[in-house]
Design a protein around this ligand. Sequence first.
Ligand code: SF4
Length: 240
Amino acid sequence: MHYLDESLTCAEAAEDPRDYLGISQLGRCARASGMALKPDVYPAAVQLESLRFWHEGHTAEDDIVARLQRAGCPVYSRQLKVTFPERHPLHERVWGHIDGEVPLVPAKAEGLGVAGAAPRLDLAILEIKSLRAGALKKLATEGTVSQAWPQYGIQAHTYALCRGRHWVAFLVKDRNDGTIVECWESFRADLAESGIAQGLRVLSDLDAGQLSGRDYNPGSDWQCRKEYCQFRDHCLRAGA
Ligand code: SF4
């Protein structure tokens, strides 16, 4: 194992278990999200490949934010902790950190067909994704990030709801050749509502002392492969 892999492994082992449901988990498998909140019962089996993948993702985020700032684009609220408003049942039980917020400048608003309608300083949720080779082809085919990868849409639009933002700006980097594609989406309440429904489902199942049902099929879905689901063995042992 080389130095970087060893460092990633040590850092992962030193991490405190998460005691909250992450907004980044909404849109993924509810059963896995529930298991992640019970580390004593369901210790995660994190693969080295997953650690490398996450590390690449974080590095891409830092790199793209630095490039935006060097180019003169302000990035606000970097790594700001975001949760639901007070009195919402998910307030402080579900939260996460945003990559940042960027201004919807007049030129951008014009390109999106909302010139004049967008306040000059309206901010958009910034979501940076670093995906495997070929991902950008899927994005080109589907048209938007939320169409291509609904789980990313659910996370980003849930953040937009929590922050009261009308726009999400995705920057998607192809890990193979470094190409970056920008995709702006206006706020989608349906995706944020899916996020809320899933958060409520995971937490109510946990409060009732039970595991959520499977959202995927371990026999055929890629989401259940060991490099994507750290709870696969527990899931199989626990039954349907
Ligand atoms: S193996 Fe699949 S269904 Fe089971 S917890 Fe993981 S993602 Fe969910």
